[in-house]
Design a protein around this ligand. Sequence first.
Ligand code: C2O
Ligand code: CU
Ligand code: CU
Length: 476
Amino acid sequence: MLPIGLQNRGNAQLSGSIVPFTLPFRTPPVLNPVRKDSTTDYYQITMRKAQVEILPGRTTEIWGYNGIFPGPLIKQSKGRRTFVRFINNLDISTSIHLHGMESPPQYDGYATDSISPRYYKDYLYPNTFAANFWYHDHGHTQTTRNVYMGLAGMYIVQDDEELALQLPQGNYDVPLIIQDRQFAPDGSFILNTNNQTTVMGDVILVNGVPWPFMQLANRKYRFRVLNASSSRSYRLSLSTGDSLIAIGTDGGLMAAPVNTPELRIAPGERYDFIIDFSRYPIGTRVELQNLPLQSNFNFSNTDKIMCFDVVRAETDNSSIPNVLRNIQFIPESAAVRTRDFDLDQINGVWVINGNRWNLNRIDANIPLNQVEIWTFRHPVNAGVHPMHLHGVKLQMLDRNGQPPLPYERGWKDVFYVGEDEIVRVIGIFGPQQGKFMYHCHNMVHEDFDMMSQFEVGQGGISPTAAKAKPLPAPPL
Ligand code: C2O
Ligand code: CU
Ligand code: CU
């Protein structure tokens, strides 16, 4: 399945040769639209190979959106539509999913809706709410490899309500895309899935840089964190012992800020938090640490993510209001149906209710706007299943009968289902009709084969209705 050269080449560890906090932090460049009209911003992204320097003095081949790793940042306003033309100049087929977006099925990156090499596909996204999204490859059985090689990027939607809150904005609103990787001595990526169970790199990258240091002012910063790793979850905390101020979940701002000494984030999840650096004297270094988790393999520096160096004084006119957003919590009594999903490994294959992915099987037919409770049951002691549903935002009801963690109370589309856990979530299935995938976001599990689909309503557009076309593309 993997190209020669990407197969498991052993556990060479390069982390020992990189000193954490010696490489400067950077953020992905913001992508400019090719043009705009009254309703829509038009973008173009070419997927291509590139040789980049991730480890000092070494080159790494990546497969990147516009040839960069991670991909460019797309910033949009709620209510405007986004048109993105994705051109495939790689020599593999791709499928692009904008994770979290309420996209119609034909633009959702269905597993078999592929863009062949030297084809392109135009995607239209409705931007119906403000949140942190991410676009990534979703090729059936190839997601782990393709995302590992670099096919992932962040996509932010903002609305006026959020901008009016005076949260840290502009340069003080910072994306953090966290990924782990393993490198061969020549700098190339090594992808080791440990027999289709888990990928655990020894080098932690933030926005593509190993353990960067970020120089900043003594004021509040907002961080939008995305775990774009294949399998590794993180438990973020500050070396000073101070709390993170969580303000957002996968689906946007929470109802109110939550102070938390640590924040756990599984693959696919997004959280927003604020750190107030005004409490630290200039010259202070604050480390963002990764506390131990049972499901992780530890290497010498996987307990570190990055560091913040407070280097200058600035006045801060941002604030953290006590009320961030009005969130309607869906009462359990609103649900008209409950469905149970058992997460298992049978004969080495990851399955949901005993089933593998099957293009022709739909495991839940759901009337449009029906409220349902989905129960994910993880009976065995075998790592984490971050369960993800496409096209719908949900809320967590409970985990093993206990309330969700304080920072999990908000709109979400990925749910951390740990060892021996039963997690119940509730959602209104819509607004889009049609077939959508749900799966574990440990990408190895997803590929092999912990994925299925539900269908909302009847007569939704086919997920393969908007086919990729051969290049050359007409002008945008
Ligand atoms: Cu990020 Cu189908 O997922
Ligand atoms: Cu998704
Ligand atoms: Cu899983």
